[in-house]
Design a protein around this ligand. Structure first.
Ligand code: TXA
Ligand code: MG
Length: 348
């Protein structure tokens, strides 16, 4: 067990002495969790093989699941990627710094395990001032997966990081709640037609507006290109049932009645937690609920924290009401499907 140091940092104007302390940990091969605009990342020097291996140990991450490398400048990108295509350049110009990860051919300098045996590297330039300050001070690309134990919901606060990794990492930079709340979009730029491996805040439509047609990974063969998608993810301890919103417009009264019916049925066999945008009232000591707004922005920002919070109330099942699947909603629903063991559609 190590003692994990937590530093409270001003997110908008990170104090130089704290950033320097964290950068020193990275430079000597240690692990630092830090906020990005999406979720907290667990960082190590991407050029240091031993340091990168510590990430896999701390998270309990399968060795065949590669990591995202973070950079803060074009020179740093050129240290990790051996080639940047014209289409990749166009996406960089439009979306960096920001929540878009590009899969590019990797350079030799990169630690082997970062790519888990692949010939490519997933790389992004985050927009969070603390992430950028840390990268600049460490002066090395930083490999950072989400800072959760493997299989747990991604952390959107420093407290979530400590829940999962206290005593397993050197340091956490606490910069408050991460603004977006779900992980970056991952797009494979080495495929003939660029392939979205993981949907995210940058939508397919926004990408296509810049580089023309892209595809969304769907077949098992395509998903093999993104090893992360093979694993069940984002899961709280309780069983999760996702209720998809019906395609046809439905009034709120109907939706509430439907959710209430499902929850009552489940209450016959155990404790039930409901996470929804439709308000549902059930007077039962075994029932607990959390409300979100019916928007992709609010769901993205609060979904992982809400799943952790409800899970702490120790229900047997968590019922989650979905949102519409257009634009950013698609990325939110992908996370919810992966957390869920059962998905029910309400168009019976
Ligand atoms: O928003 C984010 O992307 C956050 C923050 C910390 O930057 N990071 C994150 O990392 O979500 P992680 O490790 O939890 O997810 C990385 C995803 C996985 O699905 C992994 O399989 C995929 O990216 N990936 C990494 N390298 C890859 C590669 N060379 N080829 C294909 N997929 C890759
Ligand atoms: Mg992750």
């Amino acid at each position: 067990m190590k003692k994990t140091i937590t530093l409270q940092v001003n997110a908008a104007k990170p104090q130089a002495e704290f950033i320097e302390q964290a950068a020193a940990v990275i430079r000597r091969g240690g692990l630092v969790a830090f906020p990005t605009e999406t979720v907290y990342g667990l960082g190590a020097d991407a050029l240091n093989e031993a340091a990168v291996q510590k990430i896999f140990v701390a998270k309990g991450r399968p060795a065949d699941n590669p990591l995202i490398v973070h950079v803060c400048s074009r020179q740093m990108l050129d240290r990790v990627a051996s080639r940047v295509s014209a289409a990749a350049e166009a996406l960089i110009a439009r979306f960096w710094e920001g929540p878009l990860t590009l899969v590019l051919p990797r350079s030799e300098a990169l630690a082997q395990t970062v790519s888990a045996g692949l010939t490519t590297v997933a790389v992004r330039m985050p927009s969070h001032p603390m992430a950028l300050a840390l990268l600049a001070a460490a002066d090395t690309p930083i490999a950072a997966p989400s800072a959760n134990r493997s299989g747990r919901p991604s952390p959107t606060t420093a407290a979530h990081v400590l829940e999962d990794l206290d005593g397993r990492i050197e340091m956490v930079l606490d910069g408050g709640t991460t603004p977006i709340g779900i992980e970056s979009t991952v797009i494979d730029m080495t495929a003939d037609v660029p392939l979205i491996l993981r949907p995210g805040w940058i939508t397919r439509e926004a990408i296509e507006a810049v580089i023309g047609e892209v595809r969304q990974a769907a077949s098992p063969d395509e998903l093999k290109r993104s090893p992360g998608t093979r694993y069940r993810h984002y899961s709280p301890r309780a069983r999760v049932i996702l209720v998809e919103v019906p395609k046809a417009a439905e009034d709120r009264g109907e939706a509430a009645a439907r959710l209430q019916h499902l929850c009552r049925e489940l209450l016959e066999t155990g404790k039930v937690a409901l996470l929804s945008h439709t308000p549902v009232v059930i007077d039962d000591a075994n029932f607990t609920t959390l409300r979100l707004e019916n928007s992709a922005t609010d769901y993205a920002r609060r979904i992982y924290a809400a799943l952790r919070e409800l899970d702490e109330r120790r229900p047997d099942v968590i019922v989650v009401e979905g949102i519409g699947e257009t634009h950013e909603g698609a990325a939110v629903m992908e996370r919810l499907r992966r957390a869920a063991s059962t998905t029910v559609t309400s168009d019976e």
